[in-house]
Structures are given as C-alpha cells and as structure tokens.
Design a protein around this ligand. Sequence first.
Ligand code: 5RP
Length: 268
Amino acid sequence: MDGKQRRLQRILNRKTGRSLVLAVDHGMALGAMTGIVDIAKTIRDLDATGKVDCWLMTKGIYTYAFDPAGDPGVILRASGGATIAGPDLTREGQTADAEEALTLGVDAMATTAFIGSEYEHETLIGMAEMATECRQWDLPLLGVIGLGKINEDKKKDPQFIALGARVGAEHGADIIKTYYTESDFDKVVAGCPVPVMIAGGPKCETDLDTLDMIYGALQGGARGIVMGRNVWQSPHPTALLSAVFGLIHENMNVKEAAELLEQKIDAS
Ligand code: 5RP
C-alpha cells in the first residue's frame, strides 16, 4: 500500500471498486445555479444520506461551505479560470497545486482537458503537468475529459470519447471522468487503462432516465459516476441518491432502483 493507493480507497469503495462521486464544482464557471445556490445546505443534506463516497469541489467551496455529516472523500477541482461570460469556457488553467491540496487535506485533484477544442494542447499539457505534481505527493489525479461547444455533438460518439479517455490516461490521469456514449461504451472502457467514471451532463428529463444512463454505463464497465445536476436538480435528490447507490454498490437493476426511488419518495 502506498499513499496513492490509500487515497484512491477514499474515492473508490473498497468492497465494490466503484464510486458515487457528487460534483458540485459548477459554480466556478456557471455561477450559483439551481440546486447549488445554498451549496452548504445541498452538501449537508446529501451527505447526511450516507450514500456519497466522495465529493468534487473547488477550494473556495471546500473552505467555506463544506461541512459534511460523515467523512467522505474529496477531490479538489484544480483547473478553472473561465466562465460562461467569457470568450471560451475551454480556456482553463491550473487553479490549485498539490501542496495546497495536501494542506487542505483533500484526497485527490482534478483537471479538465478539452479534446478537439482550441485549447486542447494547453489543457492536455496542464493535465500532464498536474499528473507530474500529483505523483510527487502520491495524490491521485482525476482527468476530466471535456469537449467544448465546438464538439458538443461528439458527446455520444464512442470513438471520440474513447480517444479522449485514452489520451487522458496517457497524460497521467489515474481515473477518467467523461460522457456516457450510450452505444459501445464498453469500447471506451476497454481502451482506457484506468477506471472510467461518467459525468451526467445537463439534467435528464426524468429520474428514470438518470437511472437508465447510470445502469447502462455500469454495464459497459464504468466504475461509477462523478455527477452533479442530475442528482441535485432532481425534484427528489435524497431519494434518487439511494436509488443511484443501489445501482452502483448493490448491483440493483433499473427496475429495482426505480422501485426504491418510489418507496423513498413515498416515505418522505
Ligand atoms: C462542471 C463539471 C462537473 O463536474 C461535471 O460536468 C459533472 O457534473 P454534471 O453531472 O452536472 O455534468 O465538470 O464544471
């Protein structure tokens, strides 16, 4: 066991090898959006369910709004510097370093590379450099594979997403977070030597669609989710969280998870 393995166990559940990571890092680019306006409350309420393995957040939120009920893992979002008000959301740079991450006491760092975008080169070099820094301190690195507006239509293209996942791993990421392609997601996973987890993207129409997406990804070999809006913008976030946990850690199918969701909604 080394430091990185130990920290990875704060992210990936030791028994299942999977993880339910809730992302609340959206405010750095999108501002106070529905579901995370009072972000301290969102974190408190969702963490109190005991279903969250780990959180993904920026240093600002970690410092001033993170007071979890339990002892979940934390991945520090360490790239940013671009907002929806600016010219290009893909122009991200490093916003925190490994020493800062260790001082804060988080378990891993995360950075985004925008494959196929104008800033592909800069963001990939950023990922490689952060991986070098993380290795010096045995900190795991979550490599987020983004696309940027120009390639939005490639989100469900397995070849393109497989390229991104592989490239992220080759640049030193220990876990990849990317989009669920629906078809051939197993090929995305097969070509990536490190665990692949899925992001949710904008809110699905229904909670059942969210469960379907997560189940499909797990069947394709995903090791879990790093998801935000589909959970905390749901009309029933805590109930949904139990159902998602059932899919990820209790091998439930969509029908069983949907029944659990209904039970939890009825009981609330
Ligand atoms: C926002 C992110 C998010 O972490 C990521 O997209 C996951 O959240 P969602 O499920 O809402 O897409 O990178 O900057």
